[in-house]
Design a protein around this ligand. Structure first.
Ligand code: PMV
Length: 296
């Protein structure tokens, strides 16, 4: 029994998606692969080179997720190849949940999404579902959720080039989502308008991707990042990375995922050559990032 699912990067709409705004996400070329066979409870988790599972990380560990996806682990030997760095905002727990469900034989995007949401609730608290949806659809998507009504649509796009990486320490998604919830209670209209701006950035970003207009996508990313920064979600290490990316010629760049003290970031470039220049510029400052082309 074997299943594989990609990690994800959110291009637009993180946090706002929790309040019904649309979000745009794309799968990574990095994947989680789960292989399970009848056995005696052995669990072998292989991490990407240079990464560690933080001892006291707040998301659920692989064993808890696997147990919920595969059932009794004591009668299985399971191997997990975690090609997606954990605790970075790349959706590793959702990819793990989806890969395990596929290994178990669960079929159909909708059924996989329902099951993955239930599995992933251990890691996230009340996740919107954008992470498992991207892992399941495995292509760029527009995701929208109002209550239990979840809409996932394939995104139309012309070829585009992202540079993706992480900087600083990700403190876990649930506390950051809770913090934004408290802010919203204190200032519902103000935070509501911030969320609708993030939703508009997602709509403009989707239009830009459809037209192959990297400048428009970049502008929408810059505006979204300004709002996310004002909400306290762009940590200093991420700010530094974004500055290097802009200096290297990115059309736009932003934090991605839950954010907080650090975490993932994403930038759009006009070509493969400029994207590679962005990766090199970050490497000079000791920041790990890579180039992901889409539709190329
Ligand atoms: O999984 P993360 O850390 O990339 O965050 C997901 C995006 C949020 O909107 C902050 C939370 C959610 O469940 O949608």
């Amino acid at each position: 029994m074997k299943g594989a699912a990609p990690g994800k990067i959110i291009l637009f709409g993180e946090h706002a998606v929790v309040y019904g705004e649309p979000a745009i996400a794309a799968p990574l070329s990095k994947k989680v692969v789960v292989t399970a066979r009848p056995g005696t409870g052995k669990l072998d988790v292989r991490l990407p080179r240079g990464t560690k599972l933080p001892a006291e990380h707040r998301a659920a560990g692989p064993a808890a997720l696997l147990e919920r996806a595969l059932g009794d682990l004591s009668v299985l030997d399971v191997r997990v190849d975690l090609g997606v760095a954990p605790m970075a905002g790349f959706g590793s727990s959702a990819a793990l949940a989806v890969a395990a469900l596929i290994a178990r034989g669960v079929k159909g995007n909708r059924r996989l999404l329902d099951r993955a949401l239930a599995v992933e609730a251990v890691a996230h608290g009340r996740p919107s579902g954008i992470d498992p949806a991207t892992a399941i659809w495995a292509q760029p998507i527009r995701f929208e959720r109002r209550g239990d009504d979840i809409r996932v649509r394939k995104l139309a796009f012309e070829p585009f080039h992202l540079v993706i990486g992480t900087a600083g320490v990700h403190g876990g998604t649930a506390p950051v989502v809770a913090q934004i919830g408290e802010l919203r209670e204190a200032a519902p209209k103000l935070i509501g308008s911030a969320m609708s701006t993030l939703g508009e950035a997602a709509r403009a970003g989707a239009t830009g991707l459809k037209k192959g207009d990297a400048v428009l996508v970049g502008r929408a990313m810059r505006i979204a990042n300004g709002v996310l920064d004002a909400l306290g979600l762009v940590g200093d290490p991420v700010k530094d990375a974004l500055a290097h990316l802009h200096a290297a010629g990115a059309e736009g760049a932003k934090m991605s995922g839950a954010g907080g003290t650090g975490g993932a970031f994403v930038a759009i470039f006009g070509s493969a050559a400029t994207a590679r220049r962005g990766v090199r510029a970050l490497a000079k400052h000791g920041i790990h990032a890579w180039h992901e082309p889409y539709g190329v």
